[in-house]
Design a protein. Structure first.
Length: 353
């Protein structure tokens, strides 16, 4: 294969897996189902998968250079919530999992997952949900104490809700409301970071189909606690470089669009490695992959967690541009495929000391 040409991916496979991932509930700490689904597919493709004690997956793809191991990390865990208490009126008070503004989940449908395997539907509301009843409903501050979940069952008292089997500590997942349009636009919750996981799955499929071996042994890490800060605080000690694959934010003072690969030069944890970032920019230019370089002052990644965890690595951050992150997000298939193509190009490069 000519490494100066862009890798062609099976877009239908990428989209198929993106939809599967988005429709599988996986708030941080509640990822067993989605990880089992991923493990089965990765092993079907012929790659070895190791699950760490806390539930991350490490997929090893042998390369020509076994000394300078490269990690590509994306997280499958999402925003969500947990039952904090059951109120006297049967409603659930919830505590957030991950960082989001409360107004972004108001009116959202959700599932309450009991520890004995049952699921109940519900709706997120403010405690003053109707302008016909509460004169200050519009001004009512959307904060944790002023929000609750209405359960779609017989649950008009604390006793009735408890009788359903719902208890403090049960996980709550948001309805992703996924729409994948024929023109390539994808709108859904949890594109952060399931769009990047789909990119890695597409890359594995392309390598398998085309018989491609990366220049360097590559370990893909699918993490399960990124949204709460410690996703890849541990990584294998043989890794010397790591690319966190995570969504690129879009907004004021930022250059990326939903069709671009975002290359982050600096986030809240500080600047990313100069040589790695420069190589990614150089490759994007050479292969004519639409990209943008941006700074994210309110952002952290799995690479940040690995560095804070004491890993002696160089690190970079790229991913598909995503609008309205941690809200009702949107991206484009072009950005997901472009991310996979840029990652492939980097894995074909020799280690640069």
């Amino acid at each position: 294969m000519n490494h100066d040409s862009i890798l062609e991916l099976d877009e239908s496979y990428v989209v198929q897996w993106l939809e599967k991932l988005l429709k599988t509930p996986s708030p941080s700490g509640y990822c067993r189902q989605i990880m089992a689904m991923l493990q089965e597919e990765v092993e079907r493709l012929g790659y070895a998968v190791e699950l760490t004690p806390k539930g991350n997956a490490i997929i090893t793809v042998p390369g020509e250079d076994t000394e300078h191991v490269l990690a590509l990390s994306a997280h499958v865990d999402t925003l969500g919530a947990m039952v904090r208490s059951i109120k006297a009126n049967g409603m659930i008070r919830f505590t957030p999992i991950g960082g989001y503004a409360m107004h972004t989940v108001e009116g959202e449908y959700c599932l309450i997952h009991t520890r004995d395997g049952r699921e109940f539907e519900g709706t997120v509301l403010s405690t003053k949900p109707s302008v016909h009843v509460y004169s200050d409903a519009k001004e009512w501050k959307r904060e944790e104490a002023n929000m609750e979940i209405r359960i779609d069952d017989i649950a008009s008292s604390k006793q009735e809700t408890e009788a359903l089997g719902i208890a403090v500590g049960d996980f709550i997942s948001w309805d992703a409301r996924t729409r994948i349009l024929s023109n390539g636009w994808v709108k859904s919750r949890h594109l952060d970071d399931k769009a990047s996981v789909a990119a890695l799955m597409g890359l594995l499929k392309a390598w398998k189909d085309k018989g491609i071996q990366p220049k360097r042994t590559t370990k893909m890490i699918i993490s399960t606690y990124e949204e709460v800060g410690h996703g890849t605080a541990y990584i294998p000690s043989d890794i010397v470089e790591m690319i966190a694959v995570d969504m690129g934010a879009i907004g004021d003072d930022l250059s990326a669009t939903e069709k671009d690969v975002s290359i982050c030069a600096k986030d809240s944890s500080g600047p990313y490695d100069y040589e790695m970032t420069s190589t990614l920019i150089e490759l994007a230019k050479r292969l004519k992959i639409p990209y943008a370089v941006d700074i994210y002052p309110h952002y952290g990644s799995d690479a940040s967690a690995a560095l804070r965890g004491g890993s002696n690595i160089r690190a970079a951050l790229i991913g598909p541009g995503v609008h309205a992150s941690h809200g009702m997000e949107r991206t484009h298939v072009q950005a997901i495929v472009g991310t996979a193509a840029l990652l492939h190009a980097y894995t074909m490069e020799p280690y640069r000391k």
